[in-house]
Design a protein around this ligand. Structure first.
Ligand SMILES: [Fe+2]
Ligand SMILES: [Fe+2]
Length: 283
C-alpha cells in the first residue's frame, strides 16, 4: 500500500517548524539596517551598501535569465505554464530591484554604476563567486554550496524559503522615516530608499517566504524536517553576517553572537503564512 502523504495537521506543524527556524536572524538583519540608519552616515556610506545590494540584484537577474530558456523548453511538460510565468516575473522583479537601487546610486553619485564592477561583487550570479574584499559574502557562497552538495534536492527545496532572507531589510528599510535617522539630504535620500524598499519587500515576499507550504509538502518525514530546519538555520546565520558586511558592520561580533543565541531579539511582525502569489506592484 502506498504511504499516505502528510495530513493537514502534520503539514501545519511542519510549516510552523520551518517558519520559526530563521526568524531571529531575519530580525537580526532588520537590526543591521535599523542600526545603520540610526548612526551618522555619509554619501559614501550609502553608496557602499547600495552598490553591494544593487550588485546582488543584477547578479540575480543574470542567474534567473539563464534558467529561462530551459524552463521554456519544458513548458507544458516538466514546467507548468504558471511556474514559467512566475519565473519570468521574477526576472522582471529583480530587474526592477536593480533599477530602483541604481536610480538612487546615480542620484547620490551623479554618475551611473559600473555593471562590470557590480557583477564581480554580486555573489548571486549563476556561477556564484565570492570576492576577496567581501569575506562574509564569500563565506555565504561557500556555505550555500556546501549545503547543496551535502543535501542535494532537499537543500534546493529548503533554500527556496531563504531567498531575500524573509525580506527583513526591505521591511525595515521601508520604515526608516518612522525610525531615528540622520540625513545629509534633508530626508530626500531616505524617502527614496523607503519607497524602493517597500516595492522590493512585496516582491521578495513572493520569492522566498511564499514557498513555505511547498517546502513543507516536499518533506517526507521527521528526519527531513530536522535536516531542512538545520539548512535554513545555517543559511540564515551566514546571511546575517553578509548583511552586516554590506552595511559596513553596524553590529558587533558580540551582538551577532547574542542574536545566534536568541538574546534580545524579537521576530518581525511579518505574516509569512498568508502571502498572495503576485506582488501588488506586478499584478
Ligand atoms: Fe531582489
Ligand atoms: Fe528575489
Amino acid at each position: 500500500m502506498a504511504k499516505a502523504g502528510p495530513d493537514a495537521r502534520q503539514l501545519d506543524e511542519r510549516i510552523a517548524v520551518l517558519e520559526a527556524a530563521p526568524l531571529r536572524w531575519w530580525a537580526g538583519e532588520a537590526e543591521v539596517v535599523r542600526t545603520y540608519f540610526s548612526n551618522p552616515r555619509t554619501r559614501e556610506d550609502d553608496l557602499h551598501w547600495l552598490k553591494l545590494q544593487a550588485a546582488r540584484e543584477l547578479g540575480t537577474v543574470e542567474r534567473l535569465l539563464q534558467a529561462l530558456p530551459g524552463d521554456l523548453a519544458g513548458i507544458e511538460a516538466a514546467v507548468s505554464r504558471g511556474s514559467f510565468e512566475a519565473s519570468a516575473r521574477s526576472v522582471y522583479e529583480e530587474a526592477r530591484h536593480y533599477r530602483l537601487l541604481a536610480d538612487i546610486m546615480e542620484r547620490i553619485a551623479g554618475e551611473r554604476p559600473d555593471p562590470r564592477e557590480l557583477m564581480a561583487l554580486s555573489g548571486c550570479q549563476r556561477e556564484r563567486r565570492g570576492h576577496p574584499d567581501l569575506p562574509a559574502m564569500t563565506a555565504e557562497v561557500e556555505a550555500t554550496r556546501r549545503l547543496q552538495e551535502t543535501y542535494g534536492e532537499l537543500a534546493e527545496v529548503a533554500l527556496g524559503f531563504s531567498e531575500g532572507a524573509g525580506a527583513a531589510i526591505f521591511y525595515v528599510g521601508n520604515r526608516i522615516l518612522e525610525l531615528p535617522y540622520t540625513s545629509y539630504s534633508g530626508g530626500a535620500v531616505e524617502r527614496a530608499i523607503a519607497e524602493a524598499m517597500g516595492i522590493i519587500f512585496h516582491d521578495e515576499m513572493r520569492h522566498g517566504p511564499v514557498h513555505i507550504p511547498r517546502i513543507a509538502e516536499a518533506i517526507r518525514d521527521d528526519d527531513d524536517l530536522e535536516t531542512a530546519r538545520r539548512i535554513i538555520t545555517e543559511k540564515a546565520m551566514v546571511h546575517l553576517r553578509l548583511r552586516n558586511e554590506t552595511f559596513g558592520y553596524p553590529l558587533t561580533e558580540v551582538r551577532m553572537a547574542e542574536i545566534d543565541a536568541g538574546v534580545r531579539v524579537e521576530p518581525l511582525p511579518v505574516d509569512y503564512r498568508n502571502i498572495t502569489p503576485v506582488s501588488p506592484y506586478s499584478a
